[in-house]
Write a protein that binds this ligand. Structure first.
Ligand code: PLP
Length: 389
């Protein structure tokens, strides 16, 4: 709630002011010269132009850093970006150069995969995909020229989880930067940096902001690397305005409360679905039946808000989704309202049937991104839809 905030606010207000100014003038030429010198030497917290930094954005970054690293001796910092994609792409552009080899887990967010496989390859980066959560596959994929490894844990839509300490060890061994997209886990459930991962990225659009009303992303990592990344962000221009930064801070005030409910709703729904006679398989890392339940339990305090389950065919899945009264049809996650969709129809639509089959995306698969509704109301909604279908 209070983390990352000064006890006594500069504005004396309990809330962070929304500083809208783009320019932050200097009192004298001497102050301007001193600022420029300090920024080149060590970086400066003083704002000069809003694409470089802004006080409201900086306040949000301090809160995000606190969530990833409070109570540890990690010397880290955070950059708030204009979207989750801007965070992932900005970081990859920062760590990679032509001729480098990038290893990605194969169930990565589709747009990240497209960025790497379609765009980065045009600039001479070689990309290998490895089976998510399979330590042997990772061991075999890395090479002496591997520069970075990016995984998503838990992954979409099956909640496959990565052994983060194993990943960090492999990264150190081949001198590759390790990056975890922890959007599905959030720092409430998992803190990858504590397990030796170099960078953690988030779509702040999701749980961290939490209300389906803004786009933002974040990168947290070593203090000096983040200082370097700030330069890349200034060049790319992928910054958020101060109103958005303020809304991120406001969302973070209730982050812990919301995450507890997201976790509880998903666990209860997964357990209910697992016992329902119409439901085939259920994928939720909080279930003992999940293939990576033990890995998830090692690295996560809770198992997140996303549950996937199989109803065997498109007709039944569509009938259930269309009968839901509370849950809405849509493809995002991490906000107050529960959202459902069939991945084959939305997130994985551009893949061929064979490609979808290879990664287990069937036409009866439903992904539920649990919101924070009352748990009994949510279960009743799914029960009535399943019973009637
Ligand atoms: N990473 C993950 C795991 C996501 O699910 C998403 C979006 O759904 C992103 C990154 C991209 O985030 P944004 O939509 O904020 O750009």
């Amino acid at each position: 709630m209070h983390g990352g905030e000064p006890r006594r606010r500069s504005s004396l207000s309990v809330t962070e002011p929304i500083v809208t100014g783009v320019m932050f003038p200097f009192a004298s030429t001497a102050e301007m010269a001193e600022f420029v010198e300090e920024r080149h030497r060590a970086g400066s917290e003083r704002p000069d132009y809003a694409r470089n930094t802004n006080p409201t954005r900086r306040a949000a970054e301090c809160k995000l850093t606190n969530l990833e690293a409070a109570g540890t001796d990690l010397d880290v910092d955070t950059i708030l970006t204009s979207s989750g994609m801007a965070a992932v792409n900005g970081l990859l552009l920062y760590v990679l150069k032509a001729g480098d080899h990038l290893v990605l887990s194969d169930s990565l967010y589709r747009v990240t995969c497209q960025f790497a496989c379609e765009l980065l390859t045009r600039f001479g980066v070689e990309v290998s995909l490895v089976e998510t959560g399979c330590p042997d596959a990772l061991e075999h994929a890395v090479r002496s020229d591997t520069t970075a490894i990016l995984v998503e844990s838990p992954s979409n839509p099956f909640n496959y989880c990565t052994d983060l300490e194993h990943l960090a060890r492999i990264g150190r061994r081949c001198d590759a930067v390790t990056i975890v997209d922890s959007t599905f886990a959030t720092p409430y459930n998992c803190k990858p940096l504590v397990h030796g991962i170099n960078f953690v990225v988030h779509s702040v659009t999701k749980y961290l902001a939490g209300h389906n009303d803004l786009m933002a992303g974040s990168i947290t990592g070593d203090l000096w690397e983040i200082a370097g990344l700030r330069g890349v962000q200034t060049q790319l221009g992928c910054v958020v305005d101060s109103h958005t930064a303020y809304s991120v801070i406001r969302g973070l005030k209730t982050f812990g409360l919301r995450m507890a409910r997201h976790n509880a709703n998903a666990q209860a729904l997964a357990e209910m679905l697992e016992c329902h006679p119409k439901v085939g398989r259920v994928w939720y890392a909080g279930l003992e039946s999940h293939p990576q339940h033990l890995t998830a339990a090692r690295f996560m305090e809770g198992f997140g808000g996303v549950v996937s389950f199989d109803l065997g065919n498109h007709e039944t899945a569509a009938a259930v989704n269309d009968r839901l009264q509370l849950a809405m049809l849509g493809g995002s996650l991490g906000a107050t309202e529960t959202l459902v969709h069939q991945p084959w129809l939305l997130s994985h639509f551009d893949q061929t049937a064979a490609e979808r089959k290879a990664i287990g995306i069937g036409k009866g698969l439903i992904r539920v991104a649990c919101g924070i509704e009352d748990t009994d109301d949510l279960l009743a909604d799914f029960r009535q839809a399943l019973d009637a279908a």
